[in-house]
Structures are given as structure tokens and as C-alpha cells.
Design a protein around this ligand. Structure first.
Ligand code: NDP
Length: 267
């Protein structure tokens, strides 16, 4: 695959799903800018993904801080002169807890990173994309924004990202700048590290296809969505979830239910 002459900014590109997306993009000749708070991690990933087909720029960024997001895009423009693709992937999770136990600082962080970060990045990327009258934005949502799984701040913020996707897609369709959202199911990244092997087993029993995704699966879907083959797809919220959201009754929704499964699994 030759160089595509496209430039993608991937937030949270240093590990997990973001790294999978960066790998598939670079393999397909797309230059990438990977952003995250841990610069060392970004550099390590860049060294790992190094390829003659694509350049990789690392920019230390906290997406919840607007000035840092501006700096991320300034650096991207300085190096590449354009932004063709934005992948809003950076995010943090929330431990399962009832609302009365939830740490309000964590709620603020989830709002700041998982929603405001998406907003800041999209706002600046759109400015650059409008100048060239084209662009692609992929937001990473979640099944937790589609159905009620435990995560009293995380799920609602992902649902906000889904709604934001639709609004932005309709605002920018005529340019055209396409905006889509991928909702992964279970992907066994660092985000899922708090799950024990037993928890994972129990989840897999309840997931209709009994399979977790790997980060590259999300990367391949993101690549397709940014390609010309997807030129009429915009405003779509696409679940890549091994059937979790297909099962209308199969996946229990309350924290109590999940606790019940866990107890049943170990008894
Ligand atoms: P990881 O925890 O493995 O990676 C999260 C990434 O986000 C890291 O690169 C991290 O880098 C970055 N990040 C976190 N906070 C910030 C911040 N303030 N500014 C910039 N970067 C930040 O998670 P996943 O790869 O699993 O998750 C990626 C996305 O996919 C998230 O949006 C998540 O909600 C979503 N998702 C994940 C699922 C899963 O099962 N894993 C399922 C559904 C959705 P650093 O710490 O260096 O800043």
C-alpha cells in the first residue's frame, strides 16, 4: 500500500484501541499524529509502529484542556499542513458503583475527557477541514451509550458523544465532512484491567458471540469509514460489539444483575 497523503489525528493513540487504529492507518499509508498525556508511551508506540509508508508525530496532550488541544492541532498543522481525519478516541472508564458512592471528581473527569475533549478536538479539526472542504471525523462511543450497562457517568457521556455525532454530521454533510461513531463492545485493553479473568469469562458467556474484539478490529472499521468506499456514510452510530446490543433481553442491565452473575459464576 502506497502513502495515502492523508493525515489523521488520533487522541489516545498511545495504547489500546487508539494504537490499533494508528497501526491500521499507518499500514495503509496514512500519516498519524498520536496524542495522549504520557509522552513516553506515545514515543514507544511510534517506535513500534514505525513504517516507511507513513510518518508518526507524537504530541503530549490532555484533551480535557482546550489550550492543549489547540497546541495539538498547531503542531499538526506545522508538520503536515492539514488534518484529513480526526479520531476522538481518548477516554477514561469508571468503576462500577452505585450513584451514592460515586466520586464526583471522577464524574468531572469523565465529562472533561470523554465529552469536552471530543468537543474541543472536533471544533478545531472542523476549522482546518472547512478550509479544505473535506474531512472525516470518527468518534469512539460505546455500547454503554446505547444500552443501560453499569457506568452512571460513562454511559450518559458516551450517549452525548453519539448525539453530538449526529448533530455535527448533519451540520457538515454538505461540505462534505463526514462524522461517524463506532461503539465497541468488549475490547481487552488496559481500560478493562480491573476485570479479573473470571469477570471476563462471565461477560463472554453473556455476550452473544462470546468473543471480545481486539483493537485492530476497531482500526479496520475506522479505516473503512474514512475511505471513499464509505463516502455516503455519515451520522452513523455503528456498534462493533459481538452482538451485545443485538440481544434485547440477553444482556442484563442493572448493577444488581451484574453482581448476581458474578456471584453465580463463582459459586
Ligand atoms: P485505554 O485505557 O487502553 O486507553 C485510553 C487512551 O486514552 C490512552 O491512550 C490514554 O493515554 C488516553 N487518554 C486518557 N485520558 C486522556 C486525556 N485526558 N487526554 C488525552 N488522552 C487521554 O482504553 P481503550 O483503548 O480501551 O479505550 C479507548 C476508547 O474506546 C475510549 O474512549 C473508551 O471509552 C472506548 N471504549 C472502550 C471499550 C473497551 O472495551 N476497551 C469499549 C467501548 C468503548 P494517556 O493515559 O497517556 O493520556
Amino acid at each position: 500500500m502506497a502513502r495515502s497523503n492523508k493525515v489523521a489525528v488520533i487522541t489516545g493513540g498511545g495504547r489500546g484501541i487508539g494504537k490499533g487504529i494508528a497501526r491500521i492507518f499507518t499500514q495503509n499509508g496514512i500519516d498519524v499524529v498520536i496524542a495522549g498525556r504520557n509522552f513516553e508511551k506515545l514515543e514507544k508506540t511510534a517506535a513500534e509502529l514505525k513504517s516507511p509508508k507513513a510518518e508518526i508525530l507524537c504530541v503530549q496532550t490532555d484533551v480535557s484542556v482546550q489550550t492543549q488541544v489547540e497546541r495539538l492541532f498547531d503542531k499538526t498543522m506545522e508538520k503536515f499542513g492539514k488534518v484529513d481525519i480526526l479520531v476522538n478516541n481518548a477516554g477514561i472508564a469508571e468503576p462500577m458503583a452505585p450513584i451514592t458512592d460515586i466520586d464526583m471528581k471522577l464524574v468531572d473527569d469523565i465529562v472533561g475527557i470523554n465529552f469536552k475533549g471530543v468537543y474541543y478536538c472536533a471544533r478545531r479539526a472542523v476549522k482546518e477541514m472547512l478550509a479544505r472542504k473535506s474531512g472525516n471525523i470518527i468518534n469512539i462511543g460505546s455500547v454503554e451509550g446505547l444500552i443501560s450497562l453499569p457506568g452512571i457517568a460513562y454511559g450518559p457521556m458516551k450517549a452525548a458523544v453519539h448525539r453530538f455525532t449526529k448533530l455535527l454530521a448533519s451540520e457538515l454533510a454538505a461540505i462534505p465532512i463526514r462524522v461517524n461513531c463506532i461503539c465497541p463492545g468488549l475490547v481487552l485493553t488496559e481500560m478493562m484491567e480491573e476485570l479479573s479473568d473470571r469477570d471476563v469469562e462471565v461477560f463472554l458467556v453473556h455476550i452473544p458471540m462470546h468473543k471480545a474484539l481486539v483493537p485492530d478490529d476497531v482500526g479496520k472499521l475506522a479505516y473503512f469509514l474514512t475511505s471513499d468506499d464509505a463516502r455516503y456514510i455519515t451520522g452513523s452510530i455503528i456498534a462493533a460489539d459481538s452482538g451485545i446490543t443485538a440481544a434485547t433481553t440477553g444482556f442484563n442491565t442493572s448493577l444488581q444483575d451484574v453482581e448476581k452473575w458474578m456471584k453465580a459464576a463463582v459459586s
